[in-house]
Design a protein around this ligand. Sequence first.
Ligand SMILES: N[C@@H](CCC(=O)N[C@@H](CS)C(=O)NCC(=O)O)C(=O)O
Length: 202
Amino acid sequence: MIAVYGAATSGNCWKAAQILRLTGQPFDWVETDSNGGATGTSAFLALNPNGKVPIAVLSDGSVITESNAILLHFAEGTLWLPPPGLARTRVYEWLFFEQYSHEPYIAVARNLTTYLKTADQFPERMAQCMARGAKALGVMERRLSGHEWLTDAGPTIADLALFAYTHVADEGGFVLADYPGVAAWVARLSALPGMTTLRRAR
Ligand SMILES: N[C@@H](CCC(=O)N[C@@H](CS)C(=O)NCC(=O)O)C(=O)O
């Protein structure tokens, strides 16, 4: 059985669980409180020296780290990942965009605002997150105002990777209504069979 170590409120961790659900691969979920220090224990660091969730542990004990590597691994051979060639390269473009230009700002703004509740202590960091997060949503809007999905291959792990923090971007102070193509894409993706959304903070 595959085991996924993750935090229930994390978009990165949602990606790992979601691709397994969509591809019908059973797994055990091991709740791991990344905001509470559970990723810094020696037991966890033995699994991932980088001290971050998600990780997926395969039945032979192999550990896969990095949410987008996990998406790629479990999507192989399914419609969620096109075959090698330009169609797959388009997916890679969005996966790298997500990790460098989107997640570091939108996920961090969300975590500081809604979960750690320390946004007031870091005004400069928050300002950078809001500016760069808005830029990332603008890039997505340019594509999604004229297309149903991020690539021409239909819904892929590129869409899952970007959905993870976009659909809860309001928890970081972003207003999705300002990006109507993105908002329509969130609704379209949410309506696909087997899709789930993140638990909301209350
Ligand atoms: N690039 C990594 C980022 C993972 C990440 O930032 N995980 C957070 C939770 S969403 C974490 O474990 N943080 C704990 C820490 O950095 O100490 C991925 O995509 O998997």
